[in-house]
Design a protein around this ligand. Structure first.
Ligand code: C2E
Ligand code: CA
Ligand code: CA
Length: 759
């Protein structure tokens, strides 16, 4: 028994399992076989009609058996029974052919055709039914009506044996079907296993990953999404049938609104877009959407695969950086960038112009240097708070760095000017600063812009106007006008020219000229002031008034000043026997450079000037008046080198005479405005006498500038002014011309004070 079981189980493992067809495939095959079976009836009729007997009982019995099978197989909905009925019908049909043909051997061929056809069911039931039916038919009919079953004598004698023989032949024919069937099953199984494995991998990679993933159909329907996606998007399951991509609670980043259109257009290329979702508390969760299209062989887009990466931290970092760029840390006002952007946006978003008010705190440097940087910061914060309170609501307020503030507001220039005026007036009230109150004044410039792309220009224009207000004495308002526009243009041109000149051969592009300083007694040249010139592209010579302001503003005065000083020392060394000293102008911007003192020391050493007092540095009275403590110290450091200091343009800086006592100057240069017309002006001569008296008592020398008239020279000499400089002696001239002046006059000799006015 166990042997049989084992053999059976071996057989079943070797044989195909059967019944594995999918429903739709089975239905198609069943329909085909049923039609073939039905078609057998007319065929049998034709064959029968041509036989000698015509349509006899055999034909009738066959049709009577086949027809119900066809009808039942068509009507029944189950699978196995209809297929058995088709097999039974075919057995009857084949038997019918054999009977109609009186057992003709060729009629038996139909069995082989049918056995192959029935293999289409890929099921044992119809197959077995047919085999059994065949054997039954051959044995029963072979015994009862052998002439209608076999056409040879031997088979009629032993119908059962021939029935088995035919059964075996049919089985043999079926064997190859079985083998093919079995092989197909094995291959299918393998394919299925591969598929299962892919499915499992897919499930692992898609469904169970924490990365939100989704597949969309090309028309925007959701095909499949993983748990992470549902959770991330806060989607409920199941989604409504008509759920579409547009229904996602996502807001695309500006400029990337058409996510899906882009995915479709890009096809199978990877597209990356960004979008965000709002959380319950209103904050944003950012996602980076990577999408990739899958196409079929014909190139049609089948689905779009999307995976999402949470980039919230990255985007928050970006926003923070942007915010930092837009906001001034100290005051919380807009930064320069933030202000420029918002001003442009203001001009874009409204019709008509917008005004810009540019404020600079007067004497802020003194506060900062005097009371320290923390106090300076307090003042800046107080000014920011004050501005917030006094400018109209909705105005843009920014700090551009340092003590410079800006306000932007819609409307014509009159509106901005009126606001600016009220801001200046409001500063009349002392400001609360760090627990105290402090009186602060501002210089204010106003300009207007009428196009978004001119926002930056308006800022520059307002700055220029503010500068004019500051120059006018501060605590006042200036509105940008056409003259300022011309000035700005000239300054820009001068800046460009100077930059080019500094890149060229300096002796050629920035020649240094000399103006003699002479003894008022003898008229002999005792010193020279070095005055720089610029050679324009057309060969013409430009005076320093054209480019020194731009040089100071941009800092180019630093290399320029070094060039002048070096050139002046070079010529002094050449004329050392005839010339007492050279005087070089130094701007405060140069002095504030930490490298200034070392630079002077280096030049002295390089040119081998053993008596540093033969170098005089001229610093204007106004510059010294505005100097911070740091710069005063720097001045002392210069003096320690042995170099002399001259107070230039003295008398223009509104200083009191006694102030001279506190200045470490060696020379006072009386400004031209006190000198010209001196001879007939009692007021001027009395001032000069007072200055000379004080200077002598302080051991300072005095040079009178701008001497143009012989009468003025006489008056100066009479008052005891030791040195004079002016067109009367000579205009500034190039070194070659100066050399001629030097050599034409006798060497410097101390002139007796009694000697009067040699002309
Ligand atoms: P400053 O230091 O007061 O130089 C004297 C200016 O007065 C020179 O003008 C000179 O030509 C002019 N001047 C001399 N005598 C007379 C006169 O009798 N009548 C009249 N009307 N003017 C006279 P310049 O050369 O145009 O220089 C103008 C200013 O440019 C200088 O004024 C000085 O502040 C500045 N500057 C010149 N060279 C340099 C330089 O190398 N570095 C710096 N930082 N500033 C310089
Ligand atoms: Ca000077
Ligand atoms: Ca001067």
């Amino acid at each position: 028994m166990t042997l049989v079981t084992r053999a059976w189980s071996m057989l079943t493992t070797m044989l195909p399992a059967g019944g594995g067809l999918r429903d739709e495939d089975w239905t198609r095959r069943h329909r085909l076989l049923t039609i073939l079976l039905a078609a057998g009836i007319p065929l049998l009729t034709v064959v029968g009609a041509f036989r000698d007997e015509g349509l006899d009982a055999a034909w009738f019995i066959t049709v009577a058996l086949v027809l119900p099978c066809v009808i039942a197989a068509t009507a029944m909905t189950s699978k196995r029974l209809p297929s058995i009925l088709v097999a039974v019908g075919f057995t009857a049909l084949c038997g019918g052919f054999v009977a109609v043909c009186h057992g003709l051997t060729e009629a038996h061929f139909t069995y082989f055709v049918v056995v192959a056809a029935l293999a289409l069911y890929r099921d044992w039931a119809p197959f077995l039914a047919f085999l059994i039916g065949t054997v039954l038919h051959h044995s029963v009919l072979g015994a009862l009506a052998s002439d209608r079953t076999y056409d040879h004598h031997e088979a009629a004698q032993h119908p059962l044996m021939w029935a088995l023989l035919h059964g075996l032949a049919v089985l043999g024919a079926a064997a190859f079907q079985v083998i093919a069937w079995r092989l197909t099953e094995t291959e299918e199984k393998r394919a299925q296993e591969n598929l299962d494995e892919s499915q499992a991998q897919m499930t692992l990679a898609f469904d169970e990953t924490p990365v939100p993933m989704v597949m969309w159909s090309p028309d925007g329907r959701l095909l499949r999404a993983n748990d992470a996606y549902y959770a991330w998007m806060r989607l409920s399951r199941p989604l409504p049938m008509d759920f579409r991509l547009e229904d996602l609670p996502l807001v695309a980043e500006p400029g990337e609104e058409n996510i899906f259109g882009e995915m479709l257009a890009e096809g199978d290329a990877v597209t990356v877009t960004r979008a965000y979702r709002r959380t319950g508390d209103g904050s944003r969760i950012w996602v980076e959407i990577h999408s990739n299209g899958l196409r079929d062989k014909a190139g049609r887009l089948r689905l779009i695969f999307v995976h999402c990466i949470d980039v919230t931290a990255q985007m928050e970092h970006r926003d923070e950086l942007r915010r930092q760029l837009r906001v001034d840390d100290l005051t919380g006002l807009l930064s320069r960038k933030g202000f420029e952007d918002d001003l442009a946006a203001l001009l874009t978003g409204q019709p008509g112009p917008a005004g810009v008010i540019y404020l600079d705190v007067d004497r802020f440097k003194a506060i900062n240097d005097g009371a320290g940087h923390a106090a300076g910061d307090d003042v800046l914060r107080a000014v920011a708070d004050w501005l917030r309170a006094v400018v109209p609501a909705g105005s843009l307020i920014g700090r551009l760095g340092g003590d410079e503030f800006v306000v932007g507001l819609g409307g014509p220039v009159e509106t901005a000017a009126a606001t600016a005026r009220s801001v200046i007036d409001s500063f009349g009230t002392p400001l609360p600063v760090a627990g105290n109150t402090s009186r602060i004044a501002v210089s204010v410039g106003v300009a207007v812009a009428d196009r978004p792309d001119l926002a930056e220009h308006a800022l520059l224009a307002a700055d220029t106007a503010m500068y004019a207000a500051k120059k006018g004495g501060g605590n006042r308002l200036a509105v940008f006008n056409d003259q300022m526009r011309v000035d700005v243009q000239q300054r820009i041109t001068a800046e460009a020219q100077l930059r080019r000149a500094l890149e060229g051969d300096l002796d050629e592009t920035l020649p240094v000229w000399f103006q003699p300083i002479a003894s008022s007694v003898s008229g002999h040249i005792i010193g020279a002031e070095a005055l720089v010139r610029m050679r324009a592209a057309d060969g013409g010579i430009l005076g320093p008034g054209h480019f020194i302001p731009a040089a100071e503003e941009t800092g180019m005065v630093v290399p320029l000043g070094e060039h002048v000083m070096s050139t002046a020392l070079r010529w002094l060394m050449r004329w050392r026997l005839e010339l007492g000293y050279v005087s070089v102008n130094v701007s405060p911007r140069q002095l504030s450079e930490p490298g200034f003192v070392p630079m002077v020391a280096r030049l002295l050493a390089e040119h081998g000037l053993d008596d540093p007092s033969r170098l005089v540095l001229e610093i204007t009275e106004t510059a010294v008046l505005a100097m911070s403590d740091d710069l005063q110290e720097r001045l002392d450091a210069v003096k320690e080198l042995g170099v002399r200091i001259a107070l230039d343009d003295f008398g223009t800086g509104y200083s009191s005479l006694t102030w001279l006592q506190s200045v470490p100057a060696d020379v006072v240069k009386l400004d031209r405005s006190f000198v010209s017309g001196l001879a007939g002006d009692v007021r001027k001569s009395s001032i000069i006498v007072a200055v000379l008296g004080l200077a002598t008592s302080l051991n300072m020398s005095v040079v009178a500038e701008g001497v143009e008239e012989p009468d003025d020279w006489r008056a100066l000499a009479a008052a005891g002014c030791p040195a004079i400089q002016g067109y009367l002696i000579s205009r500034p001239v190039p070194p070659a011309g100066f050399e001629r002046l030097l050599w034409e006059t006798p060497p410097v000799a101390p002139a007796p004070t009694s000697e009067l006015l040699p002309l």
